[in-house]
Design a protein around this ligand. Structure first.
Ligand code: 4AD
Length: 554
């Protein structure tokens, strides 16, 4: 028998037959097709020959030797493939049998067991040796030989649970996916020495129900928010990303922080109020106002509730609010949001030094309360392991001395030149200074020209104001505050300086008319103080659904 081979036009496969018209591509494959024949075929290989003319010639001895080796390899490869296919088929049969078996397993609650007490995960840690019923989301899922391990999450904590016996084998267990919701019943067991799990316990599940299955495959949770994905894609999936351990930890610290600051205000007898968000006056300059149509009139989203807080002093005494503020910030920085949670307070009958002392106490006490919180304290440690609680007194640095400090450290202004009195200390320079000093700083006595219309001048130097920015390492400014102008005439001069018509502010001016008093206040950016406390690179990580230039969804 002769087999034909053409190494350039031949084919190694079923479409070739080894004839002159349909030659094989390789001599090895030709031998492989005839491996069961009684005699080795004669191999004829196509050769181009200018003298004798193109045509098939008998294979050389050395090429035949090589072809035989190649054929042996192909035989081995085929045997291996057959073996693999056999194993795959066996596996599929095994799985089908297992599925059939698991379909027959019905899991039922054992009515002879004590009734399970419904509880949230955080409470289950204290229910050692008790039978409980807990519902939540499958946060982690791992199958062992005869066990299935689940970490359940319900927002109050994480619970390690183990399914054994029929529960592990049942068909419904094989359908479980991450983020499915389930209700577990079982005994809370204290973990043995040396083993770790949240709350130091493990739930030995005796029965469970699936509430709702999350998708598997392409739509699976892990495909939606893959680790290291583009930040903008993660922000599109913020509703899912919030389920992650880091973001949810920051949100819990945020809740504890707001609780703690309210506790501080309560202890200081400062009254909470809720000023409006839709306003017709500006506080911090027209360029960052969000305008809105208001029944045919022009209105804005508030930049700050300060002016409204000032109006409450005469009726409620010292007041504070925790309210959203809105800034149409053109800058795309790590510390600017278009909407942020603004904590503002206004205090009456106090001096500038009293205001600074109050701020120091507020920050140290509030942080102390957060760190003492049984949930938030450990989370801060997890997010920011080297965090050191601030201690009083804070460093005081006058604006003019900061200018000298910046020049001494060769830090340039926005124009790339040496700083001069009257320059705004922009974000980059401010952060360099704060990070170098590495401590909370009260930056005080800013020049009149670079501050807002309502700020009071320093009695000993009318070119500067009784103003303060609180600067924290890694973030820079987290708080801005000042003493306020007390006299109507001076306030009018402030409006005139800033080119603002005083008419819409009649109610604000009236505070000076009907019983003026020395007063001052401040605004704290919640996301900024959290970025410092939780060591987040950007304030966006400290907001539930951050809004900034180009992002207003989901
Ligand atoms: O310094 P600001 O603009 O001061 C005021 O609005 C005063 N009227 C507050 C007052 O005295 N009642 O803002 C105060 C703080 C800043 O220190 C900063 O922490 C935060 O609000 N802040 C922002 N946070 C996030 N994104 C922005 N775009 C912010 N603008 C200000």
């Amino acid at each position: 028998m002769s087999l034909f081979i053409n190494e350039s036009t031949g084919v190694d496969g079923v479409s070739a037959t080894g004839t002159e018209e349909q030659p094989f591509k390789s001599p090895a494959y030709a031998l492989f097709t005839a491996r069961e024949a009684s005699e080795e075929p004669k191999l004829l290989v196509f050769k181009q020959d200018a003298e004798k003319g193109d045509g098939f010639v008998e294979i050389s001895a050395s090429a035949l030797k090589k072809a035989r080796k190649g054929c042996e390899g192909l035989v081995k490869k085929q045997a291996k493939q057959l073996e693999q296919e056999k194993r795959k088929q066996e596996q599929e049969e095994k799985e089908a049998a297992k599925k059939l078996e698991s379909l027959n397993i019905t899991i039922q609650q054992d009515c002879s067991l004590p009734e399970a007490q419904k509880c949230k995960i955080a409470k289950s840690y204290d229910a050692v040796d008790q039978r409980v019923k807990v519902s939540g989301w499958v946060h982690r899922l791992r199958s062992g030989k005869n066990h299935v391990f689940v970490v359940l999450r319900d927002g109050t904590g994480f619970l390690q649970a183990v399914l054994t016996g029929d529960l592990a084998l049942a068909y419904q267990t094989s359908t479980l996916t991450l983020e499915s919701t389930i209700t577990l019943y079982g005994n809370v067991s204290k973990l043995p020495e040396g083993k770790v799990a949240p709350g130091g316990v493990e739930l030995l599940v005796d029965y469970y129900e699936i509430v709702s299955l999350a998708p598997s495959g392409e739509d699976a949770f892990t495909n939606k928010i893959a680790e290291g994905a583009d930040p903008s894609l993660l922000l599109d999936q913020r509703h899912l990303a919030l389920r992650g351990e880091t973001l949810s930890a920051v949100m819990k610290v945020r809740a504890a922080f707001l609780r703690s600051i309210r506790r501080f205000y309560d202890e200081e007898s400062i009254c909470e109020v809720t000023p409006p968000c839709m306003v017709q006056t500006q506080v911090e300059g027209g360029s960052t106002l969000f305008k809105l149509g208001y029944y045919g009139e022009e209105a804005f989203l508030t930049q700050s509730s300060q002016l409204y807080l000032e109006t409450c002093l005469a009726s409620l005494g010292d007041v504070y609010c925790i309210q959203e503020s809105f800034r149409a910030e053109k800058s795309h920085t790590r510390r600017h949001l278009s909407e942020y949670t603004h904590i503002e307070a206004e205090l009456c009958f106090l001096s500038f030094e009293d205001l600074l002392a109050h701020l120091e106490k507020l920050i140290t006490k509030t942080i102390q309360y957060v760190l003492e919180d049984p949930v938030a304290g450990p989370l801060v440690k997890q997010l920011n392991p080297t965090f050191k609680a601030p201690t009083m007194p804070f460093m005081r640095l006058e604006y003019k001395d900061a200018i000298t400090w910046l020049n001494d450290h060769d830090i340039k202004n926005e124009e790339g030149e040496a700083f001069k009195f009257g320059d705004d200390i922009a974000e980059a320079a401010e952060r360099k200074m704060t990070d170098t000093i590495g401590l909370p700083i009260f930056l005080t006595r800013f020049p009149l020209e670079i501050k807002s219309f309502y700020m009071k001048r320093c009695p000993d130097d009318l070119s500067v104001t009784e103003s303060v920015d609180v600067l924290m390492p890694n973030v820079g400014e987290i708080t801005g505050g000042s003493m306020r102008i007390e006299s109507t005439e001076e306030l009018m001069a402030g409006f005139a300086r800033e080119g603002i018509s005083a008419d819409p502010y009649y109610w604000f001016v009236d505070q000076r008319k009907y019983g003026s008093c020395p007063h001052g206040g401040y605004g704290i950016g919640t996301e900024r103080i959290l970025a410092w406390l939780c060591d987040r690179y950007t304030v966006r990580d400290c907001s539930l659904y951050p809004r900034f230039t180009g992002r207003c969804k989901p």
